[in-house]
Structure formats: C-alpha cells, structure tokens
Design a protein around this ligand. Structure first.
Ligand SMILES: Nc1ncnc2c1ncn2[C@@H]1O[C@H](COP(=O)(O)OP(=O)(O)OP(=O)(O)O)[C@@H](O)[C@H]1O
Ligand SMILES: [Mg+2]
Length: 260
C-alpha cells in the first residue's frame, strides 16, 4: 500500500493530477472573476474630482473605489457638501473626473468618443432629480416621451412603452393633463417614467423625495422598490432620509469626498 503511495508521489501520474486540478481551479477562478466583472453595473476606480477656483483647488471627490452590482438598490448618505451629488453625476457621466475611471457596464465612459459616450448614457442611465424639471406646456405623455422626441424618435414607436410606464407609475388617467395640474408626488412619477423611457438598466436619483412630504416620499420609495424588483433596474439614490435609505439594500456613507 505504502509502496503504491510512494510510487504515485514519485511518478508523473501524481504530479499530473495536481497540475490538472490546479488548472481546473485557475479556470474556475478566471471564470468567477469574469462573472463578477459582468455583474458590475458601475465601477469607480481611484476616482478624483477637484474644482479650480482662482488659485484654490477644491478636492471634492478623493480617491473613491466603488462597485455597484446589477440589480442593487443603493442609497448614498452623508452631510451636506460631502460630495454625494458630485459622486452621482460622475457615475452618470454628467461630470468628468479629474483622474480615475468610471465604468458603466464594463465600458470606460471616458475612453470612448463623445458620440459613443452619450449613446451609452442615453441607453443605460436614467436620471431623476429633486426638482422634477418637467416642461409646463407639454402634456404628461409628451414630457415622458421627451428624451425620445429630442433624439429624433417617433411617438408611435413608443406607444406600448408609454402605456407600460404610465401603468407602473400609476398615471394612466393623467396622460393628457399638464404638469401644473399634478401634485409634487405625481410630478415626480412623471419624471421617473421619463427617466425610464429608453429602458435604461440604471436609475440615478439625486434626493428624489427631498421636496415631498413623508407620506408621498414613502409612496415614491415604494415605486422605486417596485422598479428595482419587478423591472430589474439598478437604482442609486442620494438621500438625507434614513427612512428612505431603508428601502434600499445597501447604504454608502460619504464624508469629505470619500467613502466613510
Ligand atoms: N462647480 C463647483 N466649483 C467649486 N466647488 C464645487 C462645485 N460644485 C460643487 N462644489 C463643491 O463640492 C462639494 C460637494 O458638493 P456636492 O453638491 O456634491 O455635495 P452634496 O453632498 O450633494 O451636498 P448636499 O447634501 O447639500 O446636496 C461642496 O463643497 C461644493 O461646494
Ligand atoms: Mg447634493
């Protein structure tokens, strides 16, 4: 018996087996790394953002490394002026970093042409802001369709999408109405539908309930949760409200431009 073990240890048969197992293990590791990479919706790498005001450089985002995975609902919290909005705008390509990389769906936003970048942004990311930024003289449905119309798309091609979104945000009966006739919560629902018109994978929201009372705010958070769970969207919101942050799966704290 021992002889057999010795023989095996000395022989290529044994070494071969170890090598084979190592190879399989390495393949698995590489496969898993790739799978993890593919699961990332947004990746921030050594990200810095500073502003130059006269002779003073203000460092707003300092060496941030952060991965957001597909399907996550993340809240960003932190004191006023800590850099939350700047971080969100960097993620969505509305701001350019001073150094470092922003990857959306594994593609580096700032290593592509302006055309490619805006196409990726348009198709992959929807934005929702604290103030709804609706166009007062356009109907609710035209407000929702605005990103399509501005992009030269045809209203007719989006009939089904529009109907689906009006249904999700609960405004089917208001489609021909105008923003000024809607409550704040309803206007934010329109803004959310507009952000989703191109069916982006990621929804970025900067204090989406900052302007709403707490009951309406909770209704909007229920809607976000539904969009996250039923539509499979990755959501990242900036919020000052602990209660609204509890709707998300992960809370990221920002302090002085860094992840706390
Ligand atoms: N264009 C700019 N030039 C100079 N400084 C700026 C500029 N934009 C933002 N800042 C500074 O960057 C810092 C972070 O701003 P940011 O708007 O990201 O904060 P915030 O965490 O979103 O705050 P709040 O909770 O009040 O919205 C602030 O100190 C702000 O003054
Ligand atoms: Mg802000």
């Amino acid at each position: 018996m021992n002889n057999r073990v010795d023989d095996i240890v000395k022989s290529n048969e044994w070494n071969g087996e170890i090598e084979m197992k190592e190879e399989i293990k390495m393949d698995k590791v590489i496969e898993m790394d790739k799978a993890i990479e593919m699961d990332k919706a947004i990746e921030l790498k050594d990200l810095n953002k500073s502003y130059q005001n006269d002779d003073v450089t203000v460092e707003v985002i300092k060496n941030v490394n952060l991965d957001i995975y597909k399907g996550e609902f993340v809240s960003i919290m932190g004191p006023s002026g800590s850099g939350k909005s700047t971080l969100l705008y960097l993620m969505g390509g509305l701001e350019k970093p001073t150094s470092g990389a922003v990857k959306v769906d594994q593609k580096n936003l700032h290593q592509m042409s302006d055309g490619e970048e805006s196409k990726l942004r348009r198709n992959s990311i929807g934005f929702v802001f604290q103030f709804y930024n609706l166009i007062p003289h356009l109907t609710i449905e035209d407000n929702i369709l605005l990103p399509v119309l501005l992009n030269g798309g045809k209203k007719n091609d989006y009939k089904e999408r529009l109907k689906h979104l009006l249904d999700i945000v609960g405004l089917c009966d208001k489609r021909k109405s105008f923003p000024t006739r809607l409550s704040g919560g309803q206007q934010q629902r329109v803004a959310i539908a507009r952000a989703l018109i191109n069916d982006p994978d990621i929804l970025l929201a900067d204090e989406p309930i900052g302007n709403l009372d707490s009951k309406t705010g909770n209704e909007i958070m229920d809607l976000f949760k539904k969009i996250n769970e039923e539509e499979g969207k990755t959501i990242i919101q900036v919020t000052h409200s602990k209660e609204s942050a509890e709707y998300s799966n992960r809370i990221i704290y920002v302090k002085d431009g860094a992840i706390a």
